[in-house]
Design a protein around this ligand. Structure first.
Ligand SMILES: [Zn+2]
Ligand SMILES: [Zn+2]
Length: 175
């Protein structure tokens, strides 16, 4: 979605639109395949201006497919994030060089229109968990036999199943 800056007025306006998740899917197509985005990002946005500063408040929603980092299974979860951001004209950036734009929660615009896709994409990224887990308690896969420990205990953790442990069992018996 692109917004003409001249259409942003002091009277708040509401807007509902969808962004394709293509760029997000590209981000997670290389080394990091933690998440994929099967659905569009649905966005509800309120925008208005105060002087040359543009204010945005809204919500982004979609469904994300995570790929559990422990058991490697895919699972779906809803992503929902509220956001606020302010865009100031780029000339202010030059004047306020000493101020850290990030700390102020400010970004900058230039030109006639604003492309909302990168801003929405960043909000979606911020809402993702640091690593995908199908469940906080996911037991993962056994590093030895690869069994899914959520479904059944494998016998690798059972010392009786490993003949190399026999020597320790014998030692205990003689103590
Ligand atoms: Zn898992
Ligand atoms: Zn095992």
């Amino acid at each position: 979605m692109k917004l003409l800056i001249s259409q942003i007025t002091e009277t708040p306006k509401e807007l509902d639109f969808a962004e394709t998740p293509d760029e997000l899917n590209r981000l997670f197509s290389g080394e990091n395949k933690d998440f994929s985005f099967p659905d569009p990002l649905r966005v509800h946005l309120v925008h208005y201006r105060s002087g040359a500063d543009l204010f945005f408040h809204g919500r982004v929603e979609t469904v994300v497919e995570g790929h559990c980092s422990r058991c490697l299974k895919s699972y779906s979860f809803p992503l929902e994030k509220e956001f606020d951001f302010v865009l100031a004209p780029d000339s202010t950036a030059a004047k306020n060089k000493e101020l850290n734009a990030d700390e102020l929660g400010l970004s900058f615009y230039r030109g006639e229109e604003i492309s909302l896709e990168p801003l929405i994409r960043e909000q979606a990224l911020l809402a993702l968990p640091t690593r995908p887990l199908c469940d906080e308690e996911c037991h993962g896969l056994c590093p030895r036999c690869g069994a899914d420990l959520n479904e059944a205990e494998c016998r690798c953790g059972d010392s009786h199943a490993d003949p190399r442990m026999a020597v320790f069992r014998d030692m205990k018996l003689h103590q």
